[in-house]
Design a protein around this ligand. Structure first.
Ligand SMILES: [Zn+2]
Length: 255
């Protein structure tokens, strides 16, 4: 499926055919073959998958894998030593070589995409207005938080940030997935700001999420195609987590 603003042709060899979520966040179904089965661990590997594995602050997808024998619930997806394992419910795991049809839970995934993009908008706004980089964060569907090394935080910061985020959402910035060679990425001021140069050099090219005109960062997650798809954001809390560490919490709601 062709997605505008998607530079899948610059992806590392094979990635676009194996880690489908990396090049097309809107893909919900796929066909695959079982490559490896861990019966004791209740998990299996596929030759390709649209299931996002927990990483980069974004939780894994859920969904189903269907064979001629029936359906298995996917309850967890994790990357171990670079390989993606799907944890499934049920005793009857398919054999190696069996064809499966996969379908991700789109409601959960799309909520996570909106939330992940909302957090990048927050990063972009804090950098543009205060020149302060993000230092940590986490998310669940429609809820997230980021930490910033603010020396002090004014009482009305939350309300100001909320208004700024919603302005940027309304501008409907395009969001582009790109893959940049390391020598290019390591010289990009926006990526230096987000400390992309600290990512191990063996990761080449770097996957970049570009909220055009607002925020660029190295990122493995799934994002919406336009900031307008986020909906609206409510800043639900600003907390001090100690000297030079302030936490901003947000919720994503429908527009
Ligand atoms: Zn991210």
């Amino acid at each position: 499926m062709g997605v505008p603003g998607n530079f899948a042709d610059r992806a590392p060899d094979g990635l676009a055919d194996t880690e489908l979520f990396a090049v097309d966040a809107y893909r919900t179904t796929f066909e695959a073959r079982v490559l490896e089965v861990d019966r004791e661990g209740g998990r299996l590997r596929l030759d390709r998958t649209a299931f996002y594995p927990t990483g980069g602050g974004q939780p894994h997808d859920t969904g189903t894998l269907t064979t001629s024998e029936g359906s298995l619930e996917v309850t967890g997806v994790r990357r171990a030593a670079g390989l993606i394992w799907h944890s499934v419910d049920g005793a009857d795991l398919p054999d190696v070589g069996i064809e499966v049809g996969g379908e991700i839970d789109w409601v959960r995934r799309f909520q996570l995409m909106r939330t992940h993009t909302a957090l990048h908008i927050l990063c972009g706004v804090i950098w543009a207005d205060h020149g302060i980089p993000v230092t940590g964060g986490n998310m669940e569907p429609l809820k997230g938080r980021l930490d910033f090394p603010f020396p002090a935080m004014s009482a009305d910061l939350g309300a100001k940030v909320e208004a700024r985020i919603n302005d940027e959402i309304e501008r409907a910035h395009e969001i582009v997935v790109d893959f940049l060679p390391r020598n290019v990425a390591d010289a990009d001021p926006a990526l230096i700001r987000t400390a992309a140069n600290l990512i191990p050099a063996v990761i080449d090219p770097l996957r970049i999420i570009d909220i055009v005109g607002l925020d660029r960062q190295a990122d493995g997650g799934t994002h919406v195609l336009s900031t307008a798809e986020v909906g609206r954001v409510r800043v639900t809390g600003t907390e001090s987590k100690g000297k030079d560490n302030k936490r901003i919490r947000l919720e994503v709601v429908d527009a």
